[in-house]
Design a binder for this molecule. Structure first.
Ligand SMILES: Cc1cc2nc3c(=O)[nH]c(=O)nc-3n(C[C@H](O)[C@H](O)[C@H](O)COP(=O)(O)O)c2cc1C
Length: 182
């Protein structure tokens, strides 16, 4: 049994989630390839039983590379177990999670996959006051800062909203799916 974890990440947050998922699946004795879609342009999903594809969200969008991967491999993914995940600000708040799930996961799955994914994961983001990622990033930082202040959190500190236990148990469910087929 072989799994692929392929991700698109602009600021590194989804990349770290992908790394953790791959590490965790490997510990469950499933062979895993971890691929940064930006680095490997023509990543082929054919050799894998399980394909996990993830992306960070910017202005409502997946990375171009991760969407291209889904489309380039559309027919081969139709034969496999596919799981999708995103890292986004919408996951950080209960109020915005349903919208995040619909826009960033359900709609993307409906548009880009032939079959329903076996799982979807809506994972949180990171606020880092010292990160330097350009103008768009700085603008959202200002918005986040206000939001943190409203919640009583210190905006001069880094906040990681990723639920690592939740991410690991999501990955564990996927390995269970694979193992039960053996
Ligand atoms: C310029 C910018 C735009 C963003 N737009 C959205 C958005 O539309 N919806 C959302 O839920 N999160 C948004 N976010 C938060 C990111 O999705 C979040 O930081 C995510 O972890 C980024 O993943 P990455 O580091 O893998 O690229 C935005 C962040 C930035 C910096």
């Amino acid at each position: 049994m072989k799994a692929l974890v392929a991700y698109g990440s602009r600021y590194g947050t989804a990349a770290e989630i992908a790394e953790e998922i791959a590490r965790f699946i490997q510990e469950e004795e499933v062979e895993v390839d971890l691929v940064d879609i930006r680095r490997i342009k023509d990543c082929d999903a054919t050799p894998y039983d399980l394909v996990i594809v993830g992306s960070g969200i910017k202005m409502g969008k997946w990375t171009k590379g991760s969407l291209k991967f889904l489309n380039n491999n559309k027919s081969s993914l139709a034969e496999k177990k596919v799981a999708l995940f995103v890292s986004c600000g919408a996951a950080n708040e209960e109020d915005s999670q349903a919208e995040g799930q619909e826009k960033y996961l359900d709609e993307v799955a409906a548009k880009n996959l032939v079959n329903q994914p076996v799982a979807t994961g809506l994972f949180g983001s990171v606020y880092d006051p010292d990160a330097k990622h350009g103008i768009a990033f700085n603008l959202t930082k200002r918005f986040f800062k206000k939001d943190l202040e409203k919640k009583g959190l210190d905006p001069t500190k880094r906040h990681d909203f990723r639920d690592w236990e939740g991410i690991r148990s999501w990955a564990l469910n996927l390995t269970d799916l694979l193992k039960n087929e053996r």
